[in-house]
Design a protein around this ligand. Structure first.
Ligand SMILES: Nc1nc2c(ncn2[C@@H]2O[C@H](COP(=O)(O)OP(=O)(O)OP(=O)(O)O)[C@@H](O)[C@H]2O)c(=O)[nH]1
Length: 601
């Protein structure tokens, strides 16, 4: 089917909490429509990045076009637009939902609604999408579809009379899902005659063809060879290759309103074709871009330093290359007195940060020291100047500061009732401001708190999971800056102030954090031939101190006489156990020490 009428197109996405079965269901739909032959079926076609597969999470969204003949024998084009399942990428989720008219809400029938599901359903409702509830995993003995349906109706306020009971694993309910997509999801608006407006919902970098842009035509039509303009960046390109995703790329000559496809136009970096930007024709542009474009803004920052300073140039090159495929990553050179040359990098959130670090080490073979994550603080000086800092070491001295403001997020947690106490305690110790608590079916509760983002990026999520034995889920979004009594906590190792260990903390917590931090560093920094004092200070005032006693025995003392082979063996053994270290003055500090602040609880 080449020139498909708009009335025969259905664009939809799948909204699901991690592990509720989104990828498995997507695979089933591709199989059931014959889009991918069974024997060619690689497990979980849509999640194809190696890291994604390993972590079992969807990071990048992609798309697949399926042909489906309904029970009445009419043929339809179904475009499935995948969405990432993590809060760090919620802007991308919102853009991919704009590209759809409907969504399957997949909920694990043995679990129930989770925070992330809820966040995405709200995004879909905002876009007026038709939402089809699918109760997945009904093959499990613990499945309670009736309870979960009640929960969806109560919590989301969605009519579930047409909910589909399914098992993506066993293929149960798949034909019903396909019929519902065709008959419940509305077709796109027929705006083929209007000037071209297409929405970018994803892109990736290809070393040979340049950036491959995934888009949905909202109005008008686009042809191979067209000169297009990206309305936010203002840049213009000629389309070299145009196609659909089936899910392999298949070239076509033209796509019109309602269709989903990709193009290549020798675009050098993904930041030149950002998600949310509008594509129009250069010679007859649309008067207005599509609404809702914003540039993804880094929220979390950390320093990246090579353990071996000779790798600085390699690190720069690796970041440059990664940036080609990751518009949300930011970096600039940073010089630390303690750590030497490195980069200050900005990320959308903690998961994004971990992914970048892992890729740098794995794909570029770099050995890095990462400093603890920080957020952007807004500082007002006594002279009335206002500026933002993403590194605690940039904070001006207390005498020059009028106030410090920090970013706050609204956090929504869904948890079984048993863990409400411990989770409220967690929020309270993280300076949370209680907002709301609601009970719903089967002893589950939602908690809403306003929290400083800085408290959320320091292992809040891990704490939430461990305190609730994995049962609680959370979601957060930025709500603005608020002033608080914040101070800079400095750490001195062997008398040297280590800028990469400095942090900004609330005045009331400074003593306990300072004490806990020096105690943790005492555990983490190995003994040396000399005694190492460890101190925490605010300004010139020392608030906590410890010391690491000198090493008395050295490993060679065991070798009586000059047994050279034994000596070699021992030295080898020692080298093997050598950890990733950075020398600060004469002290070797291991990677874990820079992350000690994340392990205080
Ligand atoms: N018993 C049963 N297991 C299922 C069913 N659907 C999916 N699973 C299993 O549930 C786990 C998670 O499924 P995925 O499809 O990877 O979940 P997902 O929602 O795509 O997860 P993310 O990609 O992390 O968002 C896998 O081990 C699947 O085999 C089902 O209908 N029944």
């Amino acid at each position: 089917m080449t020139d498909v009428p708009v009335s025969r197109i259905r664009n939809f996405s799948i909204i699901a909490h991690i592990d509720h079965g989104k990828s498995t269901l997507a695979d089933r739909l591709l199989q059931a429509t014959g889009t991918v032959e069974d024997r060619k079926m690689k497990q979980q076609f849509l999640d194809n990045m190696e890291l994604e597969r390993e972590r079992g999470i969807t990071i990048k969204l992609q798309a697949a076009r399926m042909l489906y003949k309904d029970q009445a024998g009419e043929e339809y084009v179904l475009n499935l637009i995948d969405t990432p399942g993590h809060v760090d990428f919620s802007y991308e989720v919102s853009r991919s939902l704009v590209a759809c008219e409907g969504a399957l809400l997949v909920v694990d029938a043995s679990q129930g609604v989770e925070a992330q599901t809820l966040a995405n359903v709200y995004l879909a409702l905002e876009q007026n999408l038709e939402i089809i509830p699918v109760l997945n995993k009904i093959d499990l003995p613990g499945a309670e579809p009736e309870r979960v349906i009640q929960e969806i109706e109560e919590v989301v306020g969605l009519d579930c009379s047409q909910a589909i009971l399914a098992s993506a694993k066993e293929g149960i309910g798949v034909p019903d899902i396909l019929e519902s997509i065709v008959h419940l999801v509305p077709p796109p608006r027929d705006t083929v005659k209007e000037p071209l407006r297409a929405l970018i919902f994803d892109s990736y970098y290809d070393a040979y063809r340049g950036v491959i842009v995934y888009f949905r035509v909202m109005d008008g039509r686009v042809k191979k060879g067209d000169r297009v303009r990206l309305m936010a960046s203002g840049k213009e390109y000629q389309i070299d290759e145009l196609g659909v995703l089936s899910p392999h790329q298949i070239q076509v000559d033209e796509l019109h309103a309602g269709e989903v496809g990709y193009f290549a136009a020798a675009i050098k970096a993904v930041e030149d074709a950002r998600v949310g930007d509008t594509i129009t024709l250069a010679n007859s542009p649309a008067p207005e871009p599509l609404p809702g474009y914003t540039e993804a803004k880094p929220m979390v920052f950390c320093g990246l330093f090579p353990t071996d300073s000779d790798q600085y140039e390699d690190l720069r090159e690796a970041l440059e290359k990664l940036k080609l495929s990751d518009a949300a990553l930011s970096y600039e050179p940073e010089t630390s007195t303690a750590m030497g040359f490195g980069f200050r990098c900005g990320f959308l959130g903690l998961l994004h940060m971990e992914i970048v670090q892992e890729r740098l080490e794995r794909e570029y073979d770099l050995e890095l020291i990462t400093t603890a994550p920080s957020v952007i603080y807004r500082v007002t000086t006594t002279a009335g100047e206002i500026f933002e800092i993403d590194n605690p070491s940039q904070l001006p001295p207390a005498t020059n500061r009028e106030k410090i403001e920090e970013p706050y997020v609204a956090v929504e947690i869904i948890t079984p009732e048993d863990y409400v106490g411990t989770l409220m305690d967690l929020c309270q110790t993280r300076r949370g401001i209680f907002k709301d608590m609601r009970y719903f079916a089967q002893n589950r509760t939602t908690l809403v708190y306003d929290l400083p983002l800085a408290e959320v990026v320091t292992d809040f999520f891990d704490q939430l999971k461990s305190r609730s034995r994995g049962y609680a889920s959370m979601e957060y979004h930025f709500i603005g800056y608020r002033e608080d009594a914040l101070v800079k906590l400095d750490i001195l190792v062997n008398g040297d102030q280590v800028d990469s260990l400095a942090m900004i903390v609330h005045r009331d917590k400074a003593y306990s954090v300072g004490r806990a931090l020096v105690e943790k560093l005492k555990e983490l920094i190995p003994r040396h031939q000399f005694k190492i004092p460890l101190q925490a200070s605010i300004g010139t005032r020392i608030i906590a101190s410890e010391h690491i006693p000198a090493l008395r025995k050295d490993v060679l003392a065991k070798c009586y006489g000059g047994d050279i082979s034994r000596k070699k063996k021992l030295l080898q053994k020692q080298a093997k156990g050598k950890k990733r270290m950075k020398s600060i003055g004469t002290v070797d500090v291991p990677q874990e020490a820079f992350m000690a602040v994340l392990r205080l609880e």
